[in-house]
Design a protein around this ligand. Structure first.
Ligand code: ADP
Ligand code: MN
Ligand code: MN
Ligand code: MN
Length: 336
């Protein structure tokens, strides 16, 4: 019989940064639609989501893609965590995004998320000399050659898996710090982009296992004169993408400036180590926007300024941010 292995993936209750968990459900028949995937319980007391004497939480399948590792009839299934009574669990940040996305859906928000991450082998970034440092930053960004980039086999395999799963990856590149890489997801609507970022992260962790390497999204994995890892969030509404949209983009930047602290509060833990004003960042204590300015909080891309319409790039989110929260906040602040 053609069984289906469905990998149920969810966010745990770990603080301050939620982590991914997953377990496999073997189903007797191939699955066509999301509603054919059953609800499934798990032990919330082992994931910081419940206490031992009342430990059951519920996984509700909300988004599925083909599993590019196991095979065509197998699935990766993103789940929301629910309480036993069917209400969203407090750790469930997707449910609020569903509400906000629905409320502002006629504005047709799009997101393109740049996910930066760092590969580690043991305690060192991949390719770094044991207990020491590589040459200073400079040649590594978009580099080529065994002395410039480390981990390309993993990065290429990750890209292939994402594409096989149908995720909308728009590009990859080696980053400024050696051992650090980036891929971009989007542009897509709020739920699709955020679900795909989480699934692509799961695939990154999963495939790194096969190489004995671990990927981290920590915004400042190495202290000192080394670039941090962000998750620049590119954002537009239909009005921003149409003629004259630059005015709407500038209005959005003004609104974002008034809510800077609220945004920073949900843009990822340890982000203060990254947003120092150095290394292509704006200080966490300031808010600035500008055309083509990679030292600003929000960059308006040159092309957008030239065309008079397009999108903005929020450069503040950390690599470990929760895209459900970031997308919800950007829509809430700029669309209302
Ligand atoms: P950077 O120059 O900052 O490195 P990238 O090319 O890495 O930019 O990422 C830009 C992201 O913005 C891509 O994921 C792209 O798909 C996305 N993007 C392009 N146009 C839009 C748009 N109108 N709205 C939202 N995102 C967009
Ligand atoms: Mn980029
Ligand atoms: Mn980058
Ligand atoms: Mn960017």
């Amino acid at each position: 019989m053609n069984k289906c292995r469905a990998e149920y993936i969810w966010m745990d209750g770990h603080m301050p940064t939620q982590k991914l968990r997953s377990k496999t459900r073997v189903l007797d028949n191939p699955i066509d639609s999301l509603k054919d995937l059953p609800l499934w319980g798990f032990d919330g007391s082992s994931t910081n989501q419940a206490v031992g004497n009342d430990s059951d939480c519920m996984l509700k399948p909300v988004y599925k893609v083909p599993d590019p590792i196991r095979g065509d009839s197998d699935l990766l299934v993103m789940c929301e965590v629910m309480n036993p009574d069917g209400t969203p669990h407090r750790s469930n940040s997707r449910a609020p995004l569903v509400t906000i996305a629905e409320k502002y859906k006629e504005q047709e928000a799009w997101f393109g998320i740049e996910q930066e991450y760092t590969l580690f082998e043991g305690r060192n970034p991949l390719g770094w000399p044991e207990g020491g440092y590589p040459a200073p930053q400079g040649p590594f960004y978009c580099g080529v050659g065994a002395d410039e980039v480390f981990g390309r086999d993993i990065v290429e395999e990750h890209l292939e898996l994402c594409l096989d799963a149908g995720l909308q990856v728009s590009g990859i590149n080696a980053e400024v710090m050696p051992g650090q890489w980036e891929y971009q997801i989007g542009p897509l609507g709020p739920l699709e982009s955020a679900d795909q970022v989480w699934l692509s992260r799961w695939l990154l962790y999963r495939i790194s296992e096969d190489y004995g390497v671990s990927a981290t999204l920590h915004p400042k994995p190495v202290k000192g004169d080394w670039n941090g890892a962000g998750a620049h969030t590119n954002f537009s509404t239909k009005a921003m993408r149409c003629k004259g949209g630059i005015k709407i983009i500038e209005e959005a930047c003004e609104k974002l400036g008034k809510k800077h602290d609220e945004h920073i509060a949900i843009y990822g833990a340890h982000n203060e180590e990254r947003l120092t004003g150095l290394h292509e960042t704006c200080s966490i204590k300031e808010f600035r926007y500008g055309i083509s300015d990679r030292g600003a909080s929000i960059r308006i891309p040159m092309q957008t300024a030239n065309d008079g319409f397009g999108y903005l790039e929020d450069r503040r989110p950390a690599g470990n941010m929760d895209p459900y929260k970031v997308c919800a906040k950007l829509i809430e602040t700029t669309c209302s």
